[in-house]
Structure formats: structure tokens, C-alpha cells
Unconditional design. Structure first.
Length: 75
């Protein structure tokens, strides 16, 4: 998937556990794990805003775009 999720990086910088983040944001640890592991198909802006507020960061600190590798050679 071309969108990478860097919640782990911010958790480490803030020395915060997944459980504490989930509790402070108001989502279940299971739903946070889905998002954190890049398996989420979408994220609500309210959830993203809450993550940024708790982690004291910007959305770009949590999400980044990565080009997909292509198996085809361009001519």
C-alpha cells in the first residue's frame, strides 16, 4: 500500500504504549493495531486529529506516501 503509517515511531519518541495511546484517543487497542500495522482502509479525520493531539504531532508525522514498486520496466 502506498500510504505508510508511522505511529510506532511517534510512540517510541513519546515513550508511550499502544494501550495508553488507545485509551487517551478513545479507540480500542485492536482498532489502533489495525491502523498501526497499515491494515486500515481508512481513518476518520476525528481519529487522526485525536492521535495528533495526544502525540503532539502533525498528520505528516504519522502518515507518509511511498511509491509502489512496479514489476514492469518502463520503456
Amino acid at each position: 500500500m502506498p500510504i505508510a503509517v508511522d505511529i510506532d515511531v511517534m510512540l517510541a519518541k513519546r515513550k508511550m504504549s499502544v494501550g495508553e495511546l488507545a485509551e487517551r484517543v478513545g479507540i480500542t487497542p485492536a482498532n489502533l493495531a489495525v491502523l498501526k500495522n497499515g491494515r486500515a482502509k481508512a481513518v476518520r479525520f476525528t481519529t487522526l486529529a485525536a492521535l495528533c493531539e495526544v502525540l503532539e504531532c502533525q498528520p505528516g508525522d504519522l502518515l507518509r506516501w511511498e511509491a509502489e514498486e512496479s514489476g514492469e520496466l518502463e520503456e
